[in-house]
Design a protein around this ligand. Structure first.
Ligand code: OAD
Length: 229
């Protein structure tokens, strides 16, 4: 089976009702990004960050995967599909995708502030945390999110997947945030690369990328209709 590697961003979840970050009306217009999503912001005002991610979780549990997530799962019948996502939502998993690598963390998880490897999954009836939340060892927790100014621990794994791709598809990202935005440059020369986004970011000249200026749901339908095994 050909390896189909997907790199998704906020745009794939837009049709599920989750705001993107940098579109008009996006999250970073409403919230100061360095206060709610940076390492310094967490040190300065952790209560605000807990509140911000509590709100994101409460919204997420009301949302459902859309056809873009579901169609990528359907493609597993014909391809070895690997999803690398910048998204912190769990909509790829809820659509059934078997191989999902989160670059920027996972909204429904928290981890111990003392032991980074102690990661806990929240449930829809217990999704709020605060500076007073303690884990089973009595240690405080933080959102399992990669904040700005922090390393991206899964990036090396993601570059390996990009190098192994037979087909590479970027969906719904403004390609603003590094290192995630650089993934498409790790593919082997000659690998077909597609970029699905209704308002695609400019791609440097000389890079062979097929731009599909469409919504994620339409773009995934295009992949289902046009990709050859
Ligand atoms: P952005 O908000 O920067 O970009 C969203 C992209 O989705 C834009 O290019 C839109 O044109 C596109 N888009 C909008 N609606 C769409 C639709 N229906 N179908 C397909 N595409 C659509 O989001 P990201 O590039 O994902 O990180 O942002 C990257 C990172 O910045 C996020 O992971 C987050 C943020 O700060 C952290 O918080 C660590």
């Amino acid at each position: 089976m050909k390896k189909l590697v997907i790199s998704s961003g906020a745009g794939i979840s837009a049709e599920s009702g989750i705001s993107t970050f940098r579109d008009a009306g996006g999250l970073w217009e409403k919230y100061p990004v360095m206060e709610v999503a940076s390492h310094d912001g967490f040190l300065k005002n952790p209560a605000l960050i807990h509140k911000f991610y509590n709100e994101r979780r409460k919204q997420l549990v009301t949302c459902k995967p859309n056809f873009a997530h579901i169609g990528l799962h359907q493609l597993e019948e014909r391809f070895d599909v690997r999803v690398i996502t910048q998204n912190i939502d769990d909509l790829h998993e809820r659509a059934g995708s078997k191989n999902v690598l989160h670059l920027h963390g996972e909204l429904m998880k928290v981890r111990s502030l003392k032991h980074e490897d102690r990661v806990y999954t929240l449930t829809s009836d217990n999704l709020e945390t605060s500076v007073d939340t303690r884990d089973e060892y009595g240690d405080p927790v933080r959102p399992h999110i990669v904040f700005f100014q922090e390393d991206v621990p899964n990036f090396t794994k993601a570059t390996e997947l990009a190098k192994e791709a037979d087909i590479f598809v970027v969906i719904g990202t403004s390609l603003n945030v590094y290192p995630a935005a650089s993934l498409l440059y790790y593919v082997k020369p000659g690998t077909p690369v597609y970029y699905i986004d209704p308002r695609p970011a400019p791609i440097p000249e000389g890079t062979a990328v097929h731009v599909l200026p469409m919504k994620a749901t339409e773009g995934v339908q295009w992949l289902i209709d046009n990709l050859k095994e």
